[in-house]
Design a protein around this ligand. Structure first.
Ligand code: GDP
Length: 479
């Protein structure tokens, strides 16, 4: 037995009523959640004009099996991987640029001049920090939507001469949704009118208390442009990293995540990756998504040729037969035939996913997931036309939380539903609720592709009522 009537209907993008009536016309009586055997699936699918191909999932799973967990004694500390987020113009790029140019290992010729998506700096105390060189929460969350959790620590930059702005809030929400600890860098303190205390106060209104205000969040006042207090900020990052007790096993085959990849005229496919565990070596056979290849050459962020890259190190590699997407995992294989087979099977699955409805949460789905017993949290994103109604809706929804299921508001804000909201929903399996606002065209298209539900309301009571019913498992699946 493979999939249920409703899942089959989903796959073929027809209603389950059609599937049931087709089954009846074939003399088979079925119910919505009934699982069908291979023969019936083939029969019904062919009636709807589909050819069925069964992928041996067990074999696939076996081949893709996660590696054994490392033994504690094989682990050694690894350096933290940091993403810098914050509102536009608050100084993210300036901060990344300053750190990149100022912290070059003594003796290394030249700074890091090229942008490869990530770089690692060595500090005077011998410790290292890796920075993702694409500022902002969009890239961060897009990678997370692909299942990659690369970042250990988020630095949230807020300009002291400005205020906590919509994208500051968004960045905070995205880091919180990912469960990544935050450090606040209050920037531009060299400017007239800089008022860090005002920033701390605004953060406190979001329930974020910095240490200076008796809270748990580290913060550092900086001037990124001049490089003021950046050393102190880096120390705080290291302190946070120590608390996280980050470890990896350098003595195994490398695994990690693709940061960016492209086709270069002269060099073929070029991929920047971050090694998360193990050590990647020149000559290794790498599989990432549907692509694979032997590492022909490997470079660090200073464009220096390297033979090996260990945990938390970024590297540029040549030799893949395609460009994997950012956020795609990579893994080293010993056997070329096996590597090729895995990549090809993935390509096949990807092709099929074109017609497969993805399984993000919808209000209709809640009842079913509750019944399965593994659904504890309903993640929602709330966008509205005015702050008052966003807050009111958010408060009321949170009050709906029961012992079985908690409502978690990942992000609330004023304005149109954006692509970035949909990406966050994809990454966090959330439902988007719009109150007197609509999604942008791009957001709508992305939501459709990703199978993210957007519900639009113009009466708060209706929204609350519908979510309450959904949480009580009362919503009937749509026919
Ligand atoms: P991003 O959009 O967050 O990446 O911000 P940028 O790094 O591009 O900075 C926006 C503007 O603020 C630029 O004109 C920077 O020169 C300026 N800026 C950034 N950091 C500082 C700072 O510490 N002091 C002052 N006075 N200006 C800064």
């Amino acid at each position: 037995e493979f999939i249920s009537v409703s899942e089959l209907a989903n796959l073929m993008d027809v209603s389950f009523a059609e599937v049931i009536s087709k089954c009846m016309s074939l003399g088979i009586m079925v119910s919505i959640n009934q699982r069908l055997d291979a023969e019936v699936i083939e029969l019904v699918a062919s009636e709807f004009g589909f050819d069925v191909e069964f992928i041996n999932m067990e074999k696939q799973a076996e081949m893709e099996e996660e590696d054994d967990v490392d033994n504690e004694e094989d682990l050694s500390p690894r350096s933290p991987i940091v993403t810098i987020m914050g509102h536009v113009d608050h100084g993210k790029t300036s901060l990344l640029d300053y750190i990149r140019s100022a912290n070059v290992v003594a003796g290394e010729a030249g700074g890091i001049t090229q942008h490869i998506g990530a770089y690692q700096v060595s500090l005077p105390n011998g410790k290292e920090i890796t920075f993702l060189d694409t500022p902002g929460h969009e890239a961060f969350t897009a990678m997370r939507a692909r299942g990659a959790k690369v970042t250990d620590i988020a630095v949230i930059v807020v300009a002291a001469d400005d205020a906590v702005m919509p994208q500051t809030r968004e960045a905070i929400s995205h880091a919180q949704a990912a469960g990544v600890p935050m450090i606040f860098a209050v920037n531009k303190i060299d400017k007239d009118g800089a008022n860090p205390q005002k920033i701390y106060e605004q953060l406190s209104q979001m329930n974020i208390l910095v240490e200076e205000w008796g809270g748990k969040f580290q913060s550092q006042e900086i001037a990124a442009k001049k490089g003021l207090n950046i050393d102190k900020l880096l120390e705080k990052i290291l302190l946070e990293a120590e608390l996280l007790d980050l470890k990896a096993n350098p003595n195994r085959e490398g695994t990690g995540t693709i940061i960016e990849a492209s086709l270069d005229k002269g060099r073929g496919y070029v991929a920047t990756l971050l090694v998360e565990n193990g050590t990647l070596r020149a000559g290794d056979l790498v599989v990432s998504g549907q692509h694979y290849g032997r590492v022909k050459a490997m470079f660090n962020e200073r464009n220096k040729r390297e033979d090996a890259a260990g945990p938390s190190a970024p590297a540029v590699i040549l030799g893949l037969n395609g460009a994997p997407q950012a956020g795609e995992k990579f893994k080293v294989y010993a056997d070329e035939a096996e590597a090729k087979e895995i990549a090809n099977r993935r390509a096949q699955i990807l092709r099929e996913q074109g017609m497969r409805a993805k399984k993000h949460i919808t209000l209709d789905e809640i009842g079913r997931r509750l019944a399965l017993g593994n659904f504890k949290e309903l993640n929602v994103i709330i966008k509205g036309d005015v702050d008052g109604s966003v807050e009111a809706l958010s408060d009321s929804l949170q009050k709906l939380s029961t012992e079985e299921i908690a409502v978690r508001v990942l992000l609330k804000g004023v304005g149109q539903i954006s692509e970035s909201d949909v990406v966050l929903a994809t990454a966090s399996d959330a439902v988007i609720l719009g109150f007197n606002v609509r999604p942008s065209v791009q957001a709508n298209r992305l939501a459709e592709n990703e199978g993210v539900e957007i519900k639009l309301y113009s009466i708060i009571y209706t929204a609350i009522d519908e979510i309450r019913s959904a949480m009580e498992g009362m919503l009937e699946p749509k026919v």
